[in-house]
Ligand binder design. Structure first.
Ligand code: ZN
Ligand code: ZN
Length: 333
């Protein structure tokens, strides 16, 4: 059997973009649809101080446009249905990101079937946080080098804004670091989702527009429309979900309490834990990332963990890794 990792470039070949602007622009547009680490995107990566860590504005235009889309609420208005859809999609997708992108794909803290793995990978991919392979690879790098020069998003090194939403907008940030995820690259369906990471979000947007239009004609008393569900269910819900998720990279390395003397600057923060369904117990998590639980004690609210326990009761997930007794016995600060 051939080595699945060998099929992917793990390092930029050193080829530096000496390409004319129109060629770079067309490659950026190409990467809107196909984000593969092909020779095309390698051409765009200008490593080691040659622009690899500079924001590629054209490539991130769709992400910025998503934020602008929220402004359209002025024209589409609001209804109870639209708000309910936005909140439900926030919760379901936050769960997909925290339980699956983070605790399953990045840290392997429980097991599930290949079908459910794919289902939650698709739901997670609608969050505009790219594919599960890209997400897991960068996150593993974060844990390995947290708050050092090699951490992709430390707020202590390049500031709040960079850790919050600058680091992934660069050619270096776009690349999926295949060498960090040898356990995940063997799934072709996950590689596809990673390469065409635009498909899931666009699919959700189309679905919401269709649902809103259907409700407008069949249930006019609800006061919704295709455009309204698109703005609330997709733009507003996704932007809120996105910024809540990345507070763990930015704020959870700045504000909160440190129970464990980890080498990084991670913090435990109740407000961030509530916002992200349990991810705010970030100092706990950096101290012991191998547990499915991030709230280590009953008073540390961790909704993702409770939901996973429920899924385990139904037989949907198995092998939830606990917090070892020696970790719980550590002296509390
Ligand atoms: Zn962290
Ligand atoms: Zn983690």
């Amino acid at each position: 059997m051939s080595d699945p990792i060998a099929a992917f470039p793990t390092e930029v070949s050193g080829r530096v973009a000496a390409l004319p602007w129109w060629r770079k622009a067309s490659l950026s547009l190409f990467n809107w649809v196909d984000s593969s680490d092909s020779v095309r995107s390698s051409d765009l990566v200008e490593t080691a101080g040659r622009g690899g860590d500079r924001i590629a504005w054209l490539r991130v235009l769709p992400f910025l446009a998503l934020h602008l889309g929220c402004v359209a609420v002025i024209w589409v208005g609001v209804s109870r249905t639209a708000v309910l859809v936005a909140v439900a999609l926030y919760l379901v997708r936050m769960f997909a990101v925290t339980a699956f992108y983070h605790r399953y794909f990045a840290h392997r803290t429980f097991r599930t079937s290949r079908t459910l793995q794919f289902v939650f990978a698709v739901i997670g991919a609608t969050s505009v946080q790219r594919g599960p392979l890209w997400w897991a690879a960068h996150h593993r790098r974060h844990h390995l080098h947290a708050d050092t020069e090699l951490d992709p998003h430390s707020p202590n090194l390049r500031g709040f804004l960079w850790s919050h939403m600058g680091w992934f907008m660069t050619p270096e940030g776009f690349r999926t670091q295949w060498q960090r995820i040898p356990d995940l690259v063997r799934y072709p369906e996950l590689r596809w989702l990673d390469r065409f990471d635009v498909v899931a979000p666009v699919g959700l947007a189309v679905l919401l527009y269709g649902l809103g239009s259907l409700l407008q004609s069949t249930r006019p008393e609800l006061g919704t429309s295709g455009a309204q569900l698109l703005v609330w269910g997709f733009c507003i819900s996704t932007v809120a979900l996105f910024h809540a998720t990345v507070t763990i990279n930015s704020l959870a390395h700045r504000f909160g309490k440190r129970r464990f003397a980890t080498r990084d600057d991670s913090r435990n923060n109740l407000w961030l834990a509530l916002l992200t369904l349990g991810e705010g117990w970030h100092n706990n998590h950096h101290f012991y990332p191998g547990s499915v639980r991030q709230g280590f004690h009953w008073w540390e609210v961790d909704l993702t963990y409770y939901a996973l326990r429920l899924m385990a009761l139904c037989g949907l997930v198995q092998g939830l890794k606990p917090v070892p007794a020696r970790v719980l016995a550590q002296r509390m600060r």
